[in-house]
Design a binder for this molecule. Sequence first.
Ligand SMILES: *[C@@H]1O[C@H](CO)[C@@H](O)[C@H](O)[C@H]1NC(C)=O
Ligand SMILES: *[C@@H]1O[C@H](CO)[C@@H](O)[C@H](O)[C@H]1NC(C)=O
Ligand SMILES: [Ca+2]
Ligand SMILES: [Ca+2]
Ligand SMILES: [Ca+2]
Ligand SMILES: [Ca+2]
Length: 355
Amino acid sequence: MSKAVVYSIIATATLFFFIVLSLWNLEESKGSLNRRFGYKILERAPIFDPLVTKIERERQQKIDDEKNNINNVVPRTSLGSTTSVSEVAETYLYLTSGGKLNTTLRIIILFPLLDREPKDGFVAFNELGSWINQRALERLDYVTHAELESKDKNGDLSISLREYLPYLSEKDIEKKEMGHGEAGWWIERFDIADSDHSGLLNFTELKDFLHPEDSQNKEMLKWMVRDRIKRMDDHETDGKLNFNEFEDHLYSTYESYVDFETSGGDVPSAKDKFADLDVNKDQLLSPEELLPILPYLYPGEIAYAKYYTCYLMNEGDDNEDKKLSLEEMLNHEFIFYNTVHADGHVESDDDHDEL
Ligand SMILES: *[C@@H]1O[C@H](CO)[C@@H](O)[C@H](O)[C@H]1NC(C)=O
Ligand SMILES: *[C@@H]1O[C@H](CO)[C@@H](O)[C@H](O)[C@H]1NC(C)=O
Ligand SMILES: [Ca+2]
Ligand SMILES: [Ca+2]
Ligand SMILES: [Ca+2]
Ligand SMILES: [Ca+2]
């Protein structure tokens, strides 16, 4: 069988598989937690099984190749090309005779990889969490690599402002308009991501630039909060929030995530949380003071990984001993396999609107 045929069979099988799962999932109704919120988490959650990720990427690669009219005679040098025929054949081992991924078999194979510390026959919260987090980090790296590859025209493995925004004119750059998405706004974002001020974004810096909410660069995080505050600040004040602004714009988001994370545990009131965050007691929250609750306000991939972990644990842990046995995972195998949209998009874009 030719490689192309194999790809298209897998693609079709995968597509079918996800559509069936989506329908199946809509019909499912059990459990306690805020379910609607759970679905919101699922939309942004990392993909549990690296094999599914691989199949998805192969499929996307194939679509892109077809779009670009590249046929398979030309060796592919871009991302996805690492999959050899034998790996594709390997994928077949996990398909049922109906051409769907055998999720039972996959979970049996993955279980020992998750059950690591301690290796005790159970997957505890931290074990599940570190697995999912790894998937999120891997996805961040992947999309950053893809962006680097597509924008890096001179092949120096870093991105200049010009490479990133070739459409900006000298005049735009000179004028430095600071509105959202205008030249000055991009330049500021670029400069903050460029932590060594080299004028170029290397891989790490580009990742911060593209995903400020997942950044470890505190300046980047503060920039993001400043930017969001600017857009919600009712009085065009000094970029800080008073209590009413906090209550109106941020608190309910914070509340719903904490509620989700603690499965309906105690959530501090808006007043208490405000007082708690207002370290210098000036009755205003600065971007810096908001940093501690950032993962609740603007969750990135890493925050979603954590919420997804909570979701899976909550759904799967039938005997409520705070860990998953293989049996529990198999009883709930579908919850581990429904994070991919049928159209192959892995992200809903509400928090990435500026990109
Ligand atoms: C999936 O794999 C399991 C474990 O190898 C096997 O017992 C089962 O029959 C397979 N299911 C299907 C539908 O092929
Ligand atoms: C990119 O540059 C920053 C700042 O100099 C440095 O800390 C980081 O390690 C570099 N990353 C890579 C991938 O080279
Ligand atoms: Ca364990
Ligand atoms: Ca740099
Ligand atoms: Ca303050
Ligand atoms: Ca359990």
